[in-house]
Design a protein around this ligand. Sequence first.
Ligand code: AMP
Length: 281
Amino acid sequence: MKILTSKQQVREWRKSLSGSLGFVPTMGYLHEGHAELLKQSVAQCDNTLLSIFVNPTQFGPNEDLDRYPRDFERDTQLAKEIGVDAIFYPSAEEMYSVQTSITFDSGEMADALCGKSRPGHFDGVLQVVTKLFHIVQPDDVFFGQKDAQQLALIESLVEAYDFPLHVHRVATVREADGLAKSSRNVYLSESERQEAPIIYQALQEAKERYLQTDSREKALAHAREVISTKTSGTIDYIELLSYPNLKETESASTMILAAAVFFSKARLIDNLIIERVSTHA
Ligand code: AMP
């Protein structure tokens, strides 16, 4: 397995390949969620590249850029075991060596959910993903449904701006108790870790209410009640929107029920996609 640190090395490696290239962009500190994306790429593509880059432009001034967990040795070992062909591991200086006045504006899809409490976050995500797609030139890219708003924005970017690649959606990988796997779970205290699966339980119960009553209000009120009474976390948002276009609507054929909850050192997100079966003939 190759470790590539410059854009030039990636370009040369890309040119030397035969067959398709699958690409999995990450911020490292890999867990089984990332492993699932990598396994799907290895199974479906002739070659697989993993990138590990904690992208500064997607972090706000008071966010966890400096303390974001890192373990390159362990990540390398895991990637090797899965059959990854190369890792792109650039520095911030390498990625942002050229200054420009051109910026990204994610528009109104970034006004909902995480975009509300993380202004500029998705502009940074689309910026780095665009750069990575151009450097790597993959045929297939793999993103997790765990970050559903990010996935929706990337699908929109790829479609609207004609990136010649296919975006694969990968279902959220969870701990045995239902907590969505996340590099940020290490920030949880022992008692917060015990409570954290309640977010997923609350979303599941709210989904059932929504399907039974057809009422967004009732579903959201239930999820709010469960999370605020059964955890010590503070709700950032709980929303039920159409998916992937993230509009407030009573009913769309595909909806997303999403939550973000602040614990003392971690902000956790989770979501469920709800497919509504039409009862009309
Ligand atoms: P990150 O390193 O957090 O930027 O995540 C890199 C990729 O892994 C993104 O496409 C995430 O959506 C995906 N991912 C993170 N956690 C999970 C999970 N629990 N299940 C599936 N995919 C995930």
